[in-house]
Design a protein around this ligand. Structure first.
Ligand SMILES: Cc1cc2nc3c(=O)[nH]c(=O)nc-3n(C[C@H](O)[C@H](O)[C@H](O)COP(=O)(O)OP(=O)(O)OC[C@H]3O[C@@H](n4cnc5c(N)ncnc54)[C@H](O)[C@@H]3O)c2cc1C
Length: 178
C-alpha cells in the first residue's frame, strides 16, 4: 500500500512456530497471504512453514529488525515513540501489536512451578525418554505434547474439564486410537 513499515522482533523470526517441536505436524487452513496469494497447506511441517514465510519476506522486501525488544511506547508531538531494550527509538504514526501470547505463559500458581524441571515449551521431545511426565492442559498443544512424549515416557495428562472440546479433528482421532 506504499506505506513505510518496519517490524521489530525481540528474538528472531518465527515466533511461536519457531518453538514448535521439530517433528510436529502443523495443521493450517487455507489462507490468503498478502503479497503471495492463496496458500493451501492443510498439514505441513515447521520447517516448510518457516521457509514459506522466508520466501514471502524476501519477495516483498519486508524489513524485520531482530533482537529488538520493544520496552516502551510513548507519545511525542502527536506520534508514537517506541523504545527498545537496546536503546533504539522509532517515531511512527501507527503501531500494530502482534506480540502473541507465549511471552507470558499462564501458570498454575502452585509451589514448585519455577523449578528447572517444569517446562513451558517442548522443542526436542525425541531427546526425552524414560521419564514420568505430567502434561497439564487440554488444548491442541497439550494433546500433541502428550502424544509426542508418550512413545518413550510414562505420560499423564491432567485436564480440568471432562471432555476435550477445543482440539483439532486429527488430534482428537490420534488421541482416541487404542
Ligand atoms: C505447541 C503449539 C502448537 C500449535 N499448533 C498449531 C497448529 O498446528 N496450527 C495452527 O494454526 N496453530 C497452532 N498453534 C497456534 C499458533 O502457533 C499461534 O496461533 C500463532 O503462532 C500465533 O501467531 P502470532 O504471530 O500471533 O504470535 P507469535 O507466533 O507468538 O509471535 C509473536 C512474536 O512477537 C514477539 N514479541 C513479543 N513481545 C515483543 C516485544 N515486546 N518486542 C518485540 N517483539 C515481541 C515474540 O518474540 C514473537 O516472535 C500452536 C501453538 C502452540 C503453542
Amino acid at each position: 500500500m506504499g506505506l513505510r513499515v518496519v517490524t521489530l522482533e525481540q528474538y528472531t523470526l518465527g515466533g511461536t512456530v519457531a518453538n514448535f517441536p521439530r517433528s510436529k505436524i502443523v495443521m493450517t487452513s487455507p489462507m490468503d497471504l498478502p503479497g503471495h496469494g492463496e496458500v493451501r497447506l492443510y498439514q505441513t511441517t515447521k520447517s516448510e512453514l518457516l521457509s514459506l514465510w522466508k520466501q514471502v519476506i524476501a519477495k516483498n522486501d519486508i524489513k524485520i529488525i531482530e533482537n529488538a525488544k520493544v520496552e516502551q511506547i510513548g507519545k511525542k508531538d502527536g506520534q508514537f515513540l517506541l523504545s527498545t531494550l537496546k536503546g533504539d527509538t522509532y517515531l511512527t504514526n501507527r503501531v500494530l501489536l502482534a506480540i502473541g501470547r507465549r511471552g507470558t505463559p499462564r501458570k498454575l500458581n502452585v509451589s514448585g512451578e519455577g523449578l528447572e524441571k517444569v517446562a513451558y515449551k517442548l522443542l526436542e521431545p525425541e531427546l526425552i525418554f524414560g521419564k514420568n511426565i505430567l502434561v497439564v492442559g487440554g488444548g491442541d498443544s497439550a494433546i500433541e505434547s502428550a502424544l509426542l512424549l508418550a512413545t518413550e515416557n510414562q505420560v499423564v495428562l491432567s485436564y480440568r474439564s471432562e471432555n476435550f472440546n477445543r482440539i483439532k479433528p486429527l488430534n482428537d482421532k490420534t488421541f482416541k486410537m487404542p
